[in-house]
Design a protein around this ligand. Structure first.
Ligand code: 4AD
Ligand code: MG
Length: 433
């Protein structure tokens, strides 16, 4: 066929050695001296060095190869040779080289500042590091979906614009909604609860929004939120599901993508240890432990970065903290029947101080209890009437949880900052590009 292009990955696997190939892609790196130009080409499957010799190609081919910029788009024809000195161990001896679009000199070179790289994120996403990270993220999301599909969960689409805050007023993003006011959703949970009546096992994977006032390495203003909700599940079953899901995605990545993990900065052996069950601790015991370790944390509020670090620094598996005080957590969590003032909830904290991956709970499923809690929290019932209805008709015990995809990616790939777990990070001081 006239226009059949080989994949660079096939060259690197040794499948095309000695063969004539056609490649197309972008210039990753280049240098030339005298009668020889080396152009390293990237095609989305890998990179390979092409050697363009002046006396082996046409005058135009050699001129093109000598004048390309990093990121110019190119086509190459040539023969594949094994060459230990070339990156990846193979080289293409070019017989023809053409520049499709030369463009301008690429602005990103070594030693650019973080701010510059964030301003040119649309171009920086072509870097090998971010390419590998986004590929790993794609696999991680794939295995999460696979986990829930195998268990016959149904995925459904929640609204993004809503009147119903789910996680407290302080981080809500208000938007103008025609002549009214609404919010960008903080969580699809309340809507997931609608669906368990027709399909007892459901999940959502959609963006959530939080106007987080703090600049941290763990908070985004816009993040992807995976939220399963299960009819007939008590909180124990809920925690077990969280453990099994986390184990599943870690083991799949280790088994199928060890090299990619390594490339991203995570030793596969470390994730191989992530097997259920995980250590568990009540909130009160966690507070005691923190105080014993010398922290001034008094309790009665959610953990911050220092507390999370101290609790998880030495661990090789996530830690489940359960039974938080009612007033620390959201209105919809069911009080522990045997321990008033504490709720049937848990956070799942990543090892190594990477922070909270999951928040989950058994939901209040009785009408009177829900109305009482909403009153205590001073919620405007009229914005939640539909949610209250769910407790009037056919309510059942149920539980669910929310997992922050970028938090999971940050931990699994051992990233320093959550912004590198998403292509276009939205944080307090940045909404460009
Ligand atoms: O603990 P959160 O606030 O819980 C909820 O939203 C529940 N309604 C979820 C549910 O039960 N369906 O958020 C859940 C998770 C956190 O554990 C964290 O991983 C992530 O969402 N998250 C964030 N990720 C990035 N940036 C932020 N600002 C985040 N806030 C929460
Ligand atoms: Mg939380």
């Amino acid at each position: 066929m006239a226009d059949k292009y080989s994949k660079i990955s096939e060259i690197l696997e040794g499948k095309l050695t000695g063969k004539k190939v056609k490649l197309r892609g972008w210039v990753h790196r280049n240098r030339s001296s005298g009668g020889l130009a080396f152009v390293v080409v990237r095609d989305g499957t890998g990179v390979v060095q092409c050697a363009v010799k002046k006396d082996a190609v046409s005058e135009k081919s050699f001129k093109d190869a000598s004048e390309v910029y990093v990121e110019s788009s190119v086509k190459v024809e040539g023969t594949v040779k094994e060459d230990k000195r070339a990156p990846g161990g193979f080289e293409v001896s070019a017989t023809d080289f053409s520049t499709i679009y030369r463009g301008e000199a690429f602005p990103i070179a070594k030693d650019k500042s973080t701010e510059f790289l964030l301003d040119t994120r649309h171009l920086w996403l072509r870097s090998q590091k971010l390419t590998a990270t986004m590929k790993a993220r794609d696999y991680i999301v794939h295995y999460l979906r696979e986990f829930f599909e195998k268990r016959e969960f149904m995925e459904f689409a929640p609204p993004i614009i809503t009147k119903a805050g789910c996680e407290g007023g302080s981080t809500l993003f208000p938007i103008r909604y025609f002549d009214d006011e609404a919010y960008l959703t903080q969580s699809g949970q309340l809507y997931a609860e609608v669906f368990i009546y027709t399909y007892p096992l459901v999940y959502i994977l959609a963006p959530s929004f939080r106007m987080e006032p703090s600049r941290t390495v763990k908070h985004l203003a816009e993040y992807w939120h995976l939220e399963p909700e299960m009819a007939w599940y008590d909180h124990e079953m809920n925690m077990k599901l969280q453990e099994e899901m986390t184990e599943y995605v870690c083991q799949k990545m280790v088994k199928n993508h060890a090299e990619l993990l390594e490339q991203c900065g995570r030793k596969p052996d470390e994730l191989a240890k992530v097997k259920a069950p995980f250590p568990r601790m009540s909130y009160d015991d966690a507070v005691d432990l923190l105080q014993k370790k010398g922290l001034k944390f008094k309790g009665q509020k959610d953990f911050g970065a220092d507390e999370e670090d101290t609790l998880t620094k030495e661990l090789d598996k996530p830690l489940i903290v359960h039974s938080y005080p009612k007033k620390v957590k959201s209105f919809y969590m069911r009080e522990k029947p045997d321990e008033p003032g504490r709720v049937l909830c848990n956070d799942l904290l990543a090892p190594g101080g990477h922070g909270e991956l999951i928040g989950g709970s058994e939901r209040i499923w009785e009408l009177d209890e829900l109305l009482k809690r909403m009153k205590e929290e001073k919620l405007d019932i009229k914005d939640y009437q539909w949610y209250v209805d769910l407790r009037k008709y056919g309510s059942v015990p149920h539980s669910g949880f929310g997992l922050g995809i970028e938090r999971l990616v940050k931990w699994m790939l051992n990233l320093e900052h959550i912004r590198d777990a998403i292509p276009f990070p939205r944080v307090i001081n940045r909404v460009y590009p």
